[in-house]
Design a protein around this ligand. Structure first.
Ligand SMILES: Nc1ncnc2c1ncn2[C@@H]1O[C@H](COP(=O)(O)OP(=O)(O)OP(=O)(O)O)[C@@H](O)[C@H]1O
Ligand SMILES: [Mg+2]
Length: 453
């Protein structure tokens, strides 16, 4: 699709000349002789670029600029101005014009200015598109890291991403973000244009994994009719991500070690070594040193992989990440589920932070999704939370006792009771039968107490 340009000038001759010239350059051209018409065309067709004369009858060029920038901030505007009013051009630049041309200008100058402007524009478009691609999804900036521990991890990961051959071993409990980090490393490495091959060692049965990894030559076994290129070879010049490496069999571990050590291997049934250039990232939720001690994981492979070890701590050890993560997922599900949540109430936030998150970030994400699909509300509230998380809020009683103990004067038992009843009532939204249940008394006794009998 060609770029579209709107030319705004009250001199018909100039207008037609520019139109002809730019059409020959391959742009789609619209024209307007007044500011009013320019605004009307802009809101209708949203041109990529506007070539705008400053001196217009009716509303001025500057006013057009101001209004366009307000409504369509991405539109590029090049001003055309006579020498006498050059100070206006300066003002226009301040208002966000991209460039200005002093009339009369050679067409080559116009051509260059437009080309530069559109290059900037397509760069912007590319950045926008980029955010919607694989690479954009695994952008380091989208990994939430509020805790010092996570910030440090991102720091290391960003550095190691640039060292294109360095092996990385990512360890952490299930759901802590190992896969996310591995992908971010690949997409920010010099290999990002190369392939990223993901191999889940736990999901593929051992006999299959071997032929998947190394590929085979025809006749290697009964079913091998044609040559098959294995995953290692497919990952050439890219990254191979071994997920759940702790689940790889000892036999395959030995073979993988050989590949890592000499960068070559043989297809099954083949006799010629195949050379490959890959970076390996491995991840596991097992404790590999323990697996080594227990003889389930080869010590030599462990040391070969453990060049840059990254341990992602469980979420319960970095509680400062809980609310930022919850808010991040909230904005994602707002978009996906067409909701308009704006926050989390303090009671809900407290419970979320105190909960122990055995399923880590994945569990948090699932819970936010569940709450937002079941409730069309503005805020995530305490009563939206699953019961196992609700338990983690300090109860009204705990809070009240704390407050009372901190105050100078000691209340009487009756005063304390009144205050407690009031708190429970507030908590239940003044629902007396719910309150009576919490207090462990019959509703009629609660009524009596409230009437101060
Ligand atoms: N710091 C973070 N910022 C944003 N999203 C995160 C973060 N950490 C994890 N997630 C999200 O949490 C979910 C789980 O992450 P991921 O799949 O990377 O975990 P994992 O450690 O590989 O888990 P498993 O061991 O179970 O395979 C994903 O949806 C991921 O995008
Ligand atoms: Mg994973």
């Amino acid at each position: 699709m060609p770029f579209s340009i709107l030319i705004v000038d009250d001199e018909i001759l100039t207008l037609n000349n520019l139109k002809k010239f730019l059409e020959r350059e391959g742009y789609e051209i619209y024209v307007a002789e007044t500011g009013e018409k320019a605004l009307e065309i802009t809101s209708r067709i949203k041109p990529d670029l506007i070539l705008l004369d400053l001196m217009l009858p009716g509303i001025s060029g500057l006013e057009v600029l101001r209004q366009v920038k307000e409504k369509e901030p991405n539109t590029v505007i090049i001003m055309m101005t006579a020498y006498e009013i050059i100070e206006k051009a300066v003002e226009a630049m301040k208002l966000g014009a991209y460039d200005y041309l002093l009339k009369p200008f050679p067409l080559s100058e116009l051509k260059n200015s437009i080309r530069r402007a559109l290059e900037t524009l397509s760069l912007k478009i590319r950045i926008q598109e980029h955010l919607n691609t694989e690479k954009g999804r695994y952008y380091f900036g989208r990994i939430i890291a509020n805790s010092a521990k996570m910030k440090e991890i991102l720091n290391i990961a960003q550095k190691v991403a640039l060292m294109e051959r360095t092996t990385v071993l990512i360890q952490g409990e299930s759901g802590t973000g190992k896969e996310l980090l591995a992908k971010a490393i690949h997409y920010h490495s010099p290999r990002s244009e190369g392939p990223l091959i993901e191999i889940n060692c736990a999901a593929i049965p051992e006999n299959l994994l071997e032929s998947e990894l190394f590929g085979y030559e025809p006749g290697a076994f009964t079913d091998a009719k044609k040559r098959k290129i294995g995953l290692l070879e497919k990952g050439n010049e890219g990254t191979v991500f071994f997920d759940e490496i702790g689940d790889m069999s000892l036999n395959l571990q030995a073979k993988l070690l050989r590949v890592l050590e000499d960068g070559t291997f043989m297809r099954l049934g083949g006799n010629k070594p195949v050379k490959i250039d890959i970076r390996v990232i491995a991840a596991t939720n097992q404790n590999l040193p323990t697996a080594v001690k227990e003889g389930r994981f080869r010590e030599d492979l462990f040391y070969r992989l453990n060049v840059v070890p990254i341990h992602i701590p469980p979420l319960r050890e970095r509680k400062e990440d809980v609310i930022p993560l919850a808010l991040f997922f909230m904005s994602e599900y707002n978009r996906e589920l067409k909701r308009s949540y704006t926050g989390i109430t303090p009671e809900a936030a407290e419970a979320l932070e105190k909960y122990s998150w055995p399923g880590n970030v994945r569990e948090l994400r699932n819970i936010i999704e569940r709450i937002m699909s079941l409730n069309d509300d503005q805020e995530i509230r305490y009563h939206h939370l699953p019961v196992e998380i609700q338990k983690y809020k300090s109860t009204g009683a705990e809070k009240m006792i704390q407050q009372t103990l901190q105050s100078e004067e000691w209340p009487t038992l009756k005063e304390l009771e009144e205050k407690y009843i009031q708190n429970v009532l507030e908590y239940t939204g003044m629902n007396k039968s719910k309150a009576a249940k919490i207090l462990g008394i019959h509703p009629s006794s609660l009524f009596r107490k409230l009437k101060n009998e």
